[in-house]
Design a protein around this ligand. Structure first.
Ligand SMILES: Cc1ncc(C[n+]2csc(CCOP(=O)(O)OP(=O)(O)O)c2C)c(N)n1
Ligand SMILES: [Mg+2]
Length: 387
């Protein structure tokens, strides 16, 4: 039983009577649960190329994630929040989103952001402290991906406000699935206890926003287990606001894709918000500043390692006859992406000191101009410039 400072006892979350959408079992066998029934036509329509893409996405982002973790350990980054273990939840939902949709991530959605077109180096810049935001959300190459948000749950309010705007502007609910827009917001089990998330759900339900709340229940909010957050499955929280809510095996990329696709298309068509609880697990540390051995046991980690989403999908693809050459090719792509990220990271260097004055105000400001001029003259007072 995990230890937790502050809680009298760790309660078990009652989950046995909550339907769970699952398509692949832990061994990669096609074994749909009862709750998966309505999604089977959609699953059947997934092409071989798409199946392989899901697997490729998961393997490549894991290689990038492991590389970034190593780069932090080697002093190249201030911090890294690993996504290892959560690839299926992220890849399935991100591949389900349509190009016109807007993504509001938390801070661990490395697979989501990459699928939308964000360069992982932009996340590195954020975690290295050389960029304030990481990327430009208005640049079309970033696929309508808003910035990472470290203030837990605040992105849910941003997403709901944005989704309300889509409705007001007639950019959603017209009946054209190819152009109607929807919003998907990512948050964690810990964030699900934040007031911001609840307020966002109240407004979403009141205004029937074109929005999907995508909760990755990775079982931990740093050292606090999900059983301390709630004695009932978290999917019941959104349901309590009248938002149709579904629980999915977040380590099953096919199930994650299907529930997200349906939820987003329902939301975009004017049926109102939807919520998904993706049950997954953070296999790594909370961030590189955390030591999970202080609060959870290796038995638990081991039992989830056996449900690794990548191993599961690989077994499924092998069962369908995917070639060894395909898997080799994916491994090579992952290794190349990781190596490319490493070399571009070490080339980044420090930001210019004057950058501290940028973006303090959106307009030029005399006080900032004065401070910048002072700093420039101070630097000039050193022979060869300030160190
Ligand atoms: C408003 C706010 N309170 C506290 C924190 C400190 N904090 C950062 S991450 C975290 C745990 C979040 O857990 P969860 O929502 O489950 O997401 P996960 O890290 O597991 O992906 C906490 C408490 C914060 N960033 N923002
Ligand atoms: Mg969590």
């Amino acid at each position: 039983m995990p230890r937790h400072a502050g809680a009298g006892s760790v309660r078990a979350v009652t989950t046995s009577d909550t339907p769970l959408v699952r398509v692949l079992d832990a061994t990669g066998r096609f074994a749909p649960s009862d709750a998966a029934e309505r999604y089977l036509p959609l699953i059947d329509a997934i092409t071989d190329a798409e199946l392989e893409q899901f697997y490729r996405d998961m393997v490549v982002i894991r290689a990038i994630d492991v590389q970034a973790t190593n780069l932090q350990r080697q002093g190249q980054l201030a911090l890294w929040p690993p996504s290892r273990g959560q690839e299926a939840a992220q890849v399935g939902s991100a591949r389900a989103a349509r190009a016109q949709d807007t993504i509001f991530p938390s801070y661990r959605e490395h697979a989501v952001t990459r699928i939308r077109g964000v360069d992982p180096l932009d996340i590195i810049k954020l975690m290295r402290g050389v960029s304030h935001g990481g990327w430009d959300p208005s640049d079309p190459k970033n696929g309508n991906t808003r910035l990472y948000t470290l203030v837990l749950g605040s992105q849910a309010l941003h997403a709901t406000g944005y989704a309300m705007g889509l409705s007001f502007d007639g950019k959603s609910g017209t009946g054209d699935v190819e152009s109607d827009q929807a919003v998907i917001v990512y948050y964690g089990d810990g964030a699900s206890s934040q007031g911001d998330v609840h307020e966002a759900m109240v407004f979403a339900a009141s205004y029937q926003t074109p929005e999907v709340f995508f909760l990755q229940n990775n079982h931990w909010a740093i050292s606090v287990p999900v059983s301390t957050q709630s004695p009932v499955p978290l999917v019941q929280r959104s349901a309590g606001y009248g938002i149709p809510s579904i629980r999915v095996d977040g380590n099953d990329v096919l199930a994650s894709y299907a529930v997200s696709r349906v939820a987003l298309d329902e939301a975009r068509s004017g049926l109102g918000p939807r919520a998904i609880e993706a049950v997954t697990y953070r296999l790594g540390a909370h961030t590189t500043s955390d030591d999970p051995t202080k609060y959870r046991g290796s038995d638990e980690e081991q039992s989830w390692a056996e449900r690794d989403p990548i191993i599961r999908m690989r077994a499924f693809l092998e069962g369908r006859g995917a070639s060894a050459a395909f898997f080799d090719d994916v491994e090579t792509e992952g290794a190349d992406a990781a190596e490319d990220l490493r070399s571009r990271t070490v080339e980044l260097g420090p930001p210019p000191a004057s950058k501290i004055f940028d973006h303090v105000y959106s307009e030029p400001h005399p006080l900032i101009d004065e401070q910048r001029a002072w700093r420039d003259s101070y630097e000039a007072s050193f022979e060869g410039g300030a160190k």
